[in-house]
Design a protein around this ligand. Structure first.
Ligand code: DX5
Ligand code: ZN
Length: 225
């Protein structure tokens, strides 16, 4: 299956996380955000080991793939991404983000992922220093800066973690997306943008709201202020 590419850099993109969606109605949930112009849907995969929560695996991604043409941005919060990433790619993931804390040779893993046709992201927990991704970040299509401790939606945005976007922008230049994830809403998104982020995961601030189009508008307006 042809993989979908992340939009070229130079635009702001909101990537709603289905973590806060109604899992019994994912087709309609996802349609509500793509009808509102969303191009990237964020899939939070948790294994109950790397993070203290469990979400879903490749079979769910396979069904999600059937119901949308959006870029499936797959955030693997799992201890062993090297074993499981190929399953997510076969299921229809377009983009794989792995945690630097989970891989011994990240540069080699980026190559392995690329050979399987996906775009690649690396991410780091709030307490993990930028130095840990210094070499691998420029090889990626996107760097994800965690602005909460991963595991749960609806947590408060960590400003000090978001500040890492500034250093990362210096390392990667303008052609790599910088994504923030955790506590993004209409009140925090402009701060993350000012630090250099261009891609904004929002779970609770989109799928936790009754009117998803209005929620996306509110974040977009805050971004464009
Ligand atoms: C956190 C996940 C996030 C989460 C964000 O572990 O990686 O993607 O869903 O949720 P909000 O936007 O509710 O903080
Ligand atoms: Zn995420």
């Amino acid at each position: 299956m042809e993989k979908k590419l992340l939009p070229p850099t130079g635009t702001f993109e909101i990537a709603p996380s289905i973590l806060s969606a109604d899992f019994a109605n994912l087709q309609s949930e996802i349609a509500q955000v793509t009808d509102a112009g969303i191009k990237i849907v964020h899939l939070d995969v948790m294994d109950g080991h790397f993070v203290p929560n469990i979400t879903f695996g490749p079979p769910a991604v396979k069904w999600i793939r059937q119901c949308t043409d959006a870029v499936l941005d797959t955030h693997l919060m799992i201890t062993d991404p090297q074993t499981y990433a190929p399953e997510f790619i076969k299921a229809g993931a377009d983009h794989i983000t792995f945690h630097i804390e989970t891989v011994d040779d990240p540069m080699a893993f980026v190559d392995v992922l690329r050979q399987q046709g996906v775009t690649v992201g690396v991410t780091l927990n709030p307490k993990t220093p930028v130095k840990s991704i210094e070499k691998v970040a420029p090889l990626c299509n996107m760097v994800l800066v965690m602005t909460v401790q991963p595991g749960f939606g609806g947590q408060a945005f960590m400003d000090d973690a978001a500040q890492k976007c500034q250093q990362i922008r210096e390392i990667v230049g303008p052609d790599v997306r910088i994504q923030v994830d955790g506590g993004i809403d209409a009140t925090t998104v402009a701060t993350a943008r000012d630090y250099g982020a261009d891609t904004f995961v929002a779970g609770n601030a989109v799928f936790g709201q009754p009117d998803r189009a209005a929620a996306i508008d509110a974040i977009t307006n805050a971004l464009n202020e």
